[in-house]
Design a protein around this ligand. Structure first.
Ligand SMILES: NC(=O)c1ccc[n+]([C@@H]2O[C@H](COP(=O)([O-])OP(=O)(O)OC[C@H]3O[C@@H](n4cnc5c(N)ncnc54)[C@H](OP(=O)(O)O)[C@@H]3O)[C@@H](O)[C@H]2O)c1
Length: 246
C-alpha cells in the first residue's frame, strides 16, 4: 500500500535521492525546503511540494496544516534539512564572540531545531502502528567538525531520537538516526570541494570511494520498511568504514 512520506530538505542531495527511492516504490512524497523553485524543479514523479523555513514556528505550523489537508497520516518522516551554515548569508559580524554566537545559533537552527519542530508538529499525525521517524546526523557528531558547531548540532539529535523512540515505541513507531560520512553530489559543500580534501576523505574509507546520496537513501528506505520494525533508537553510520561502528 502507498505510504505518505514527508521529506525535509527534499529538493536536493540526500533528501532528493530519498524522495526518488520512496516514489519509485509507489509511495506519495511531500518535499519540504525553503526554496520553492528548487522543490518544483526536483522532478520527483507525483511529489507534492511546500516551501517552508523549518526553523520558524509559523512556517512549521503551515506545514502541519498542509500535511493534515493533503495526507492525513504520515507514515514516514525523513529529516534531511540541514547544513554546516557556510552556505547561509554572511551576517557580516565583526566581533569574534558575537560571530561565534551567530555560527552556533545558525547550526543549531539548521540541524537541530528544524528536525525537532517538524517532528513535534507532525507527531500526532504519525501512523500507528508502523510510523517511522528518520533523522540525518553526520560522522561529525563522532569526530567534531572544525568549529564544533555543526557537529554539536547533529549530536544533539541523538538523545532527542532516543527520548522520542521511548515515547513513540508503545505506538508502534520507530525512530532512528542515519549518520553519513562524506557524500558527493549534494549542495552541502557548495560549488567546490578541494581535490586534496576529497582525496583525504576518500582515503579514510575502507571502500575507497565517496558516498552517494543513493547510498543514504537506500538505508533510509530500508529503515522505513516493515522488516526493520524492531530497529529503533539506533544511529546507523553510512561512511564506507571511515568511522568504525559504535
Ligand atoms: N553531504 C554530506 O557529506 C553529508 C554528510 C553527513 C551528513 N549530511 C547531512 O545530510 C543532510 C542532507 O544534506 P545534503 O548533503 O543532501 O546537502 P544539501 O543538498 O545542502 O541538502 C540540505 C537541504 O536542506 C534544506 N534546508 C536547509 N535549511 C532548511 C530550513 N531551515 N528549512 C527547510 N529546509 C532547509 C536545503 O534547502 P533550502 O536551502 O532550499 O532550504 C537543502 O535542500 C543534512 O542534514 C546534512 O547535514 C550530509
Amino acid at each position: 500500500m502507498a505510504r505518505n512520506v514527508v521529506i525535509s530538505g527534499g529538493g536536493t542531495g540526500i533528501g532528493l535521492a530519498a524522495a526518488r527511492v520512496f516514489a519509485a516504490g509507489g509511495d506519495r512524497v511531500l518535499l519540504l525546503g525553503r526554496r520553492a523553485e528548487v522543490l518544483e524543479k526536483a522532478g520527483v514523479p507525483g511529489a507534492l511540494t511546500h516551501a517552508a523555513d523549518l526553523a520558524e514556528t509559523e512556517d512549521v505550523r503551515g506545514v502541519a496544516s498542509f500535511v493534515e489537508r493533503e495526507f492525513g497520516a504520515v507514515d514516514v518522516l525523513v529529516h534531511s534539512a540541514g547544513g554546516s551554515g557556510l552556505l547561509e548569508p554572511d551576517a557580516g559580524i565583526a566581533d569574534p564572540l558575537a560571530g561565534l554566537a551567530h555560527t552556533w545559533t545558525v547550526n543549531f537552527r539548521l540541524n537541530t531545531l528544524t528536525a525537532v519542530l517538524l517532528t513535534e508538529a507532525l507527531k500526532p499525525r504519525l501512523a500507528e502502528p508502523g510510523g517511522r521517524v528518520l533523522f540525518l546526523s553526520s560522522i561529525a557528531a563522532y569526530r567534531g567538525s572544525g568549529s564544533g558547531a555543526y557537529a554539536a548540532a547533529k549530536a544533539g539529535l541523538h538523545p532527542y531520537a532516543h527520548d522520542l523512540a521511548r515515547q513513540l515505541g508503545p505506538r508502534g513507531i520507530t525512530v532512528n538516526v542515519v549518520a553519513p560520512g562524506y557524500i558527493e553530489d549534494t549542495e552541502f559543500f557548495g560549488d567546490a570541494m578541494a581535490e586534496e580534501r576529497r582525496a583525504r576523505l576518500i582515503g579514510e574509507t575502507s571502500t575507497g570511494r565517496a558516498g552517494t546520496p543513493g547510498d543514504v537513501a537506500e538505508t533510509l528506505h530500508w529503515l522505513a520498511s516493515p522488516g526493520a520494525g524492531h530497529i529503533t533508537s539506533q544511529i546507523i553510520q553510512v561512511n564506507g568504514g571511515a568511522e568504525r561502528g559504535h
